[in-house]
Design a protein around this ligand. Structure first.
Ligand SMILES: Cc1ncc(COP(=O)(O)O)c(C=O)c1O
Length: 353
């Protein structure tokens, strides 16, 4: 075809690509930090019912779910913005806060969407290396804040290392951040935290006007495929997040599923405790095999294997387990069922070292 080529943005090639965990037929998937169990039966019923009205647009304001979340967390509904997964809200935050050339600060390695949403939103991505212990270097992150910084992501617990920062460290950091810079506490894995020293971001957000919390229904609530997450933010920011949202981005099915999941939190949380138990087992067995495994407060473990990361993932796949390799850096392995974890541990045990 000959014609005038469309003019893509010059900087598009600089955007990193999001690499999703692979699904390989016949292999166990421990690559995307999902829960291994399907949605609860009551959630599936709600999904079925919502799908019956699939010829109609969803409630654009996500009214019922917003009210329910507000009640659940004891906050004003005006402080909640629901999105098509919390990753969509990461992008909306950049859109709502950053002008071209403004800076978004985050730890590295952390959630791989942060540099993508920053750069796609015409902002600059400022990556601050983790400490040698694979934890956020909050001092260095505070040092990295400049006049141009509009937004700092703190992923707590951190994906992919599983490590968490404690309340004292976070408060010391927050005290150093200017009032007009937003700190986003991304708590996608909050339900798996067992260390009481790790703060609930919602308590900090209740105190500080420059703190916003992101939560998701993708992990503990087992709705990754249905795409729903939310922000708890100061009311002006929540309104701005709604303002830049793609209209109708949260489907009726997603809204209904999230509402139904909120009716069954005890059951869901009991299964999260099961995942935490598997993470503890993976951590101790991997350590006794000689692997370095940072302490995890999430539903996954991190193996900082450096240059051997890709090779480890290949070996796991040969043993019918899909893990997530970050080439040259490490491998992240999500907790599955006890049988799936057994399969993975056997593969880790037979990896030539
Ligand atoms: C730290 C973190 N934040 C946000 C997300 C995005 O979750 P979702 O868009 O499914 O709500 C993920 C998903 O893996 C994550 O690890």
């Amino acid at each position: 075809m000959v014609g005038v080529p469309v003019r893509l943005r010059d900087d598009l090639a600089a955007l990193p690509t999001y690499v999703a965990g692979r699904t390989v037929p016949g292999a166990v998937k421990l690559a995307s930090n999902e829960m291994p169990l399907p949605p609860l039966p009551a959630v599936l019923d709600a999904v079925d019912r919502a799908a019956q009205a699939g010829n109609r647009y969803p409630d654009i304001a996500v009214t019922t779910l917003t009210a329910r979340l507000a009640e659940h967390h004891g906050v004003d509904p005006a402080r909640i913005a629901v999105g098509c997964g919390s990753v969509a809200l990461c992008g909306q935050l950049v859109q709502a806060l950053c002008a071209p050339g403004d800076e978004v600060v985050f730890a590295w390695r952390s959630f791989e969407a942060y540099p993508i949403v920053a750069l796609a939103g015409h902002a600059r991505a400022v990556r601050v290396p983790l400490t040698p212990g694979h934890v956020h270097d909050l001092d260095a992150m505070a040092d990295a804040v400049t006049e141009r910084t509009r937004l700092v992501f703190v992923c707590n617990p951190n994906n992919p290392t599983g490590t968490a920062v404690d309340e004292d460290a976070l408060r010391t950091f927050l005290a150093r951040i200017p009032d007009d810079v937003l700190v986003v506490l991304d708590e996608a894995y909050r339900e798996f935290v067992s260390d009481p020293a790790v703060p609930d971001g919602l308590a900090l957000a209740a105190e500080l006007d420059n703190v916003c919390v992101l939560r998701t229904f993708s992990k503990a609530h087992r709705l990754a495929g249905l795409r729903v997450g939310y922000a708890v933010a100061p009311p002006e920011l929540a309104a701005a997040l709604r303002g830049v949202a793609v209209p109708f981005a949260v489907s009726a099915v997603a809204q209904a599923a999230a509402l139904a999941a909120l009716d069954h939190l005890d059951e869901l949380h009991a299964d999260c405790a099961g995942a935490v138990t598997e993470v503890a087992r993976m951590t101790s067995e991997l350590r006794s095999l000689g692997y370095e495994v940072p302490p995890s407060q999430s539903n996954f473990v991190w193996l900082p294997l450096g240059e051997r990361a890709a090779e480890f993932a290949e070996h796991a796949l040969e043993n019918k387990v899909v893990v997530r390799a970050f080439a040259g850096d490490g491998v992240r392995v999500s907790a599955g069922t006890a049988e799936e974890v057994d399969l993975f541990l056997a593969a880790a045990g037979s990896f030539p070292r």
